[in-house]
Design a protein around this ligand. Structure first.
Ligand code: ZN
Length: 382
């Protein structure tokens, strides 16, 4: 089956998160025709929208190689700014335009096309099993998606050996980068309490702005670490400083600063929190402070280079003629959930237009990524 036709079909489903919009139905149809057992499962939770997901498998043996991905997309924004309708699936000059073309309906289409081609060449059966784990809740809150789908599959007795997640991993061209891990992410708010008062009588007040400036500079000055074998240094970034004071002659009673930390594998959430609080305390003197931490489901992970990473890298090199770098850069992805079940690496399309107006992919990239996935399947079940 042609990956371009499949990608086009998926792009034409306006599956803005968390809507299904026919995208999973399309995948269900083609997988069933290829002999897969397909399950459509909807997850819900109070306070969230129910979201549809799909799990499909062919074969019963091991190893079980899983292609993971999401069919939901981010909103197109102002559609008038697009040169082609975001859900029209137009191809012009060898380029497919549309929301989700690279993030990541294109890669799902390539994984499907590669799988069908592999099955056709092997009497319709893999030596082990091939599975698809597709969610409609990646771009949203990611509560009713991959995290629950993995649990659901595990409860049914499904075992995964390796996972290939088709997120757009390449900065410029298709042979650039395999992601073998992701940094963790942690949000917090630094709160400094003072005593409100009249600006003309500062001795009767305690200005929290002075205190928070001291603590901000202490936390921004010292690096958290100097990186590790596979990761850049961890980074704490303040994103907002808020006093909310509309009055010019009043010293405020409280100042707050929000921050995010992207951390590498030299930290776990708890020791990182302890480190930040220890540094804050050391700089605080008489300043009254506390940190409000937000719950985070984004832990750091790395799939250590080994046979599976080597296999993916060799497949990319054979098809493109270039050996991709191994990286842990970028934001979080559903790989952070999958890593609890099996080793996972991410390799997909080029990410320059993702989430932007005129998101697009050269059809040649779809053909090449299909060849790479096909090569991976051949090596994996050799
Ligand atoms: Zn994505």
């Amino acid at each position: 089956m042609d990956p371009v036709t499949l990608a086009r079909g998926l792009v034409c489903c306006p599956s803005v998160t968390p809507r299904e919009a026919g995208a999973l139905a399309l995948i269900e149809g083609v997988l069933k025709r290829a002999g897969f057992q397909v399950h459509r499962v909807t997850f819900a939770e109070p306070g969230t929208v129910p979201v549809e997901n799909l799990y499909a498998r062919i074969g019963t043996g091991r190893p079980n190689l899983v292609f993971a991905g999401h069919t939901d997309v981010v909103a197109p924004g102002d559609e008038a700014r697009w040169t082609h309708g975001p859900f029209d699936g137009d191809i012009e000059g060898g380029v497919l335009f549309g929301r989700g073309a690279v993030d990541m309906k294109g890669a799902i289409a390539c994984a499907l096309a590669a799988t069908f081609d592999y099955l056709a060449a092997h009497h319709g059966k893999p030596k082990g099993s091939i599975s698809f784990l597709i969610t409609g809740d990646e771009e949203g809150v990611a509560v009713n998606g991959t995290v629950k789908l993995l649990k659901w599959a595990a409860d049914r007795g499904e075992k995964f050996d390796h996972c290939l997640l088709g997120e757009p991993s390449n900065p410029k061209s298709l042979s650039d980068m395999i992601k073998i891990g992701r940094r963790g992410s942690l949000n917090g708010t630094l709160v400094v309490t003072g005593t409100a008062g009249h600006v003309a009588y500062p001795q009767l007040a305690d200005n929290p702005v002075r205190g928070i400036v001291t603590l901000l500079s202490a936390l921004m000055n010292a690096p958290l670490d100097d990186g590790s074998q596979h990761f850049d240094p961890s980074n704490l970034e303040f994103t907002s400083i808020d006093v909310g004071n509309k009055t010019v002659n009043v010293i405020p009673g409280e100042a707050r600063a929000r921050f995010n930390i992207r951390f590498n594998d030299r930290h776990m959430q708890d020791d990182l929190k302890a480190l930040i609080e220890q540094r804050t305390g050391a700089a605080a003197g008489p300043v009254r402070w506390r940190i409000e931490w937000e719950p985070s489901n984004a832990d750091v992970f790395v799939t250590k280079p080994g046979s599976f990473v080597d296999l993916v890298r060799a497949a990319v090199a054979e098809v493109t003629g270039k050996s991709p770098a191994l990286s842990t850069s970028g934001g979080t992805s559903d790989a952070r959930f999958i890593k609890d079940y099996c080793p996972v690496v991410e390799f997909g399309l080029v990410n320059t237009t993702m989430h932007k107006v005129d998101e697009r992919v050269p059809t040649a990239d779809l053909v090449a990524l299909t060849a790479i996935y096909r090569n991976i399947l051949e090596r994996y079940f050799a």
